[in-house]
Design a protein around this ligand. Structure first.
Ligand SMILES: *[C@@H]1O[C@H](CO)[C@@H](O)[C@H](O)[C@H]1NC(C)=O
Ligand SMILES: *[C@@H]1O[C@H](CO)[C@@H](O)[C@H](O)[C@H]1NC(C)=O
Ligand SMILES: *[C@@H]1O[C@H](CO)[C@@H](O)[C@H](O)[C@H]1NC(C)=O
Ligand SMILES: *[C@@H]1O[C@H](CO)[C@@H](O)[C@H](O)[C@H]1NC(C)=O
Ligand SMILES: *[C@@H]1O[C@H](CO)[C@@H](O)[C@H](O)[C@H]1NC(C)=O
Ligand SMILES: *[C@@H]1O[C@H](CO)[C@@H](O)[C@H](O)[C@H]1NC(C)=O
Ligand SMILES: *[C@@H]1O[C@H](CO)[C@@H](O)[C@H](O)[C@H]1NC(C)=O
Ligand SMILES: *[C@@H]1O[C@H](CO)[C@@H](O)[C@H](O)[C@H]1NC(C)=O
Ligand SMILES: *[C@@H]1O[C@H](CO)[C@@H](O)[C@H](O)[C@H]1NC(C)=O
Ligand SMILES: *[C@@H]1O[C@H](CO)[C@@H](O)[C@H](O)[C@H]1NC(C)=O
Ligand SMILES: *[C@@H]1O[C@H](CO)[C@@H](O)[C@H](O)[C@H]1NC(C)=O
Ligand SMILES: *[C@@H]1O[C@H](CO)[C@@H](O)[C@H](O)[C@H]1NC(C)=O
Length: 417
């Protein structure tokens, strides 16, 4: 036992020794690396329509530039967001797309690396910079492409927006500029969306949306915001087509076809979800799904939806397809049909019997023939026959469904064994 405790103690001791050694090495290296007084960056920005170009310089000597590899670390964060973006760059500028942000905080530092070993030699302190853009009056912008050639964008107007503004939108796609065809308005007659149709999209070329907020009181140019979308990433597909259900080998097979799309039509691009009443939604990559036929206690509906997944990141599911009903559809149909046929027949029969009875009564009075007419007799026979036939059919059908369930149960039991 004693040995066991001594060894860890020794280990801990040596670890501490190592650690102090290590940190002293680090500290001296830090002094060398951090040459904050000598290395220095100056930051500035230039605005270019939708973009802000953040630039910086260094004050390295010519020898330093020759001798070392120079890199810059850039960290920036848009106002009112939490995500920090960090990049190591060799160039002295960064194009920042403001989109719907009203500015950003950035900081840059210079790092010098030994050319051969890639070891860090010197680094500067951070230089910070704040870019303030004009106010942004809209938020929650979202756009979708649907039904191949339709395009909708919607946005919210922030509460702090001035009263007398109106919002206009246009977009550039494959070098052409298109104005909004039809604005969607709120109750205060402000444009809060745009609906467009009969548009041809190049699935992988950007849509550059330009949203301009104008003050209606004065004729200033207004504030323009820009956001870019890749068409195939914002496509909401139509539901899968030709959804059908068939009974095969004591299981239910569901088939469908992919809807049309602006992007790739390769089978592997589509991800489907199958929803069957009271069952978990399942993900399917094929164009069919076999539903293990357990106990189809009641009528259940099958629906399928689709989105692109593998070829392109797209978060938007299609609507669910129209429900297709499985189990007992046919039974129900036949039952309804039989009832529909049977009721009038019974009614007619009753009527006839009643009529003939009355008729016979009259006959009894007029002529002394005590037999019902042959034709009526045959008809009655026919009718009972028909009724029998119908009930046999129905029995057969219910037997059939019962049979399948039973067999299926057997199968399940076998599987569990
Ligand atoms: C770089 O700038 C700093 C701070 O302004 C200055 O102290 C240093 O001498 C400059 N270095 C060179 C090489 O100009
Ligand atoms: C903005 O960027 C475009 C494309 O890079 C360039 O052609 C144009 O000269 C720039 N405009 C300004 C004002 O910098
Ligand atoms: C967003 O950030 C800016 C600058 O940090 C601040 O002035 C403004 O109040 C913030 N807005 C909201 C809605 O938090
Ligand atoms: C709209 O955007 C704001 C901030 O960008 C967010 O807090 C809010 O939940 C969004 N509202 C909706 C309805 O998406
Ligand atoms: C989808 O597009 C087709 C052809 O452009 C059109 O006939 C149909 O009405 C559209 N459906 C919807 C729901 O807009
Ligand atoms: C697109 O906008 C139009 C017009 O407001 C609306 O009728 C339609 O339902 C919208 N479509 C989608 C998929 O949001
Ligand atoms: C965006 O639209 C506004 C208003 O139509 C226009 O003044 C501005 O030049 C457009 N911006 C670009 C980059 O086309
Ligand atoms: C137009 O109105 C806006 C907002 O009220 C104001 O900021 C801007 O200075 C005005 N421009 C002119 C040219 O009057
Ligand atoms: C879908 O069904 C219709 C009618 O049954 C048929 O004309 C069409 O070819 C089918 N589409 C596909 C993709 O199988
Ligand atoms: C049914 O299953 C049998 C054996 O498992 C197989 O040989 C047959 O091809 C299947 N039939 C269908 C229509 O799937
Ligand atoms: C189905 O696919 C979606 C989208 O990729 C995923 O979020 C979900 O977790 C999957 N569900 C199952 C049960 O695998
Ligand atoms: C079901 O889909 C798979 C994968 O796409 C395919 O190999 C198989 O032939 C399909 N089965 C039927 C019956 O269509």
């Amino acid at each position: 036992m004693a040995r066991v405790t001594v060894i860890p103690a020794l280990l801990i001791l040596s670890f501490f020794q190592h650690k102090t050694l290590f940190s002293t090495v680090l500290a001296s290296a830090q002094e060398d690396i951090n040459d904050a007084l000598r290395l220095h960056n100056v930051l500035w920005t230039t605005k270019n329509d939708s973009r802000v170009i953040l630039s910086w310089n260094n004050n390295l000597t010519k020898e330093e530039i020759k001798k070392y590899t120079v890199k810059y670390v850039l960290i920036y964060k848009f106002f009112n967001t939490t995500k920090e973006r960090k990049e190591r760059l060799q160039e002295k500028e960064k194009i920042i797309h403001l989109k719907l942000h009203s500015g950003f905080n950035a900081k840059v530092k210079t790092q010098l690396f030994a050319k051969e070993t890639e070891n860090i030699i010197k680094e500067s302190d951070w230089t910070e910079f704040t870019y303030k853009a004009p106010p942004v009056y809209i938020q929650n912008l979202s756009c979708i492409i649907y039904n191949i050639s339709f395009f909708n964008c919607t946005w919210h107007i922030k509460a702090e927006a001035p009263e007398d503004i109106q919002i206009f939108t246009s977009y550039r796609h494959v070098g052409k500029i298109f104005a909004c065809q039809q604005y969607i308005k709120n109750t205060r007659k402000k444009n809060i969306g745009c609906h467009m149709k009969e548009i041809y999209f190049q699935p992988s070329r950007k849509i550059n949306l330009n949203i301009t907020v104008r003050n209606l009181r004065n004729s200033s140019r207004g504030l323009s915001y820009y956001e870019a979308f890749t068409p195939q990433r914002i496509e909401k597909l139509n539901p899968p087509i030709n959804v059908s259900v068939s009974l095969e080998n004591r299981s239910i097979k569901i088939h469908w076809k992919p809807p049309p799309t602006i992007g790739s039509t390769k089978k592997k691009c589509f991800l489907y979800q199958v929803k069957i009443t009271d069952h978990k939604i399942v993900n399917v990559t094929a164009e069919n799904y076999t539903y293990p036929f357990h106990k189809p206690a009641k009528k259940c509906a099958v629906q399928v939806r689709v989105k692109k997944e593998i070829c392109i990141a797209n978060k938007i599911w299609s609507e669910w397809s129209e429900p297709v009903f499985i189990h007992n559809e046919k039974t129900v149909d036949i039952l309804l049909l039989s009832l529909g046929l049977l009721c009038p027949l019974v009614f007619l029969g009753g009527l006839l019997i009643y009529a003939c009875r009355r008729f016979r009564c009259l006959e009894v009075i007029t002529t002394p023939v005590p037999r019902p007419s042959d034709s009526i007799k045959t008809w009655l026979a026919d009718e009972t026959h028909h009724q029998k036939h119908m009930s046999i059919q129905m029995e057969m059908h219910s037997e059939m469904t019962l049979g399948t369930t039973e067999e299926n149960r057997d199968e399940n039991i076998q599987l569990h064994v």
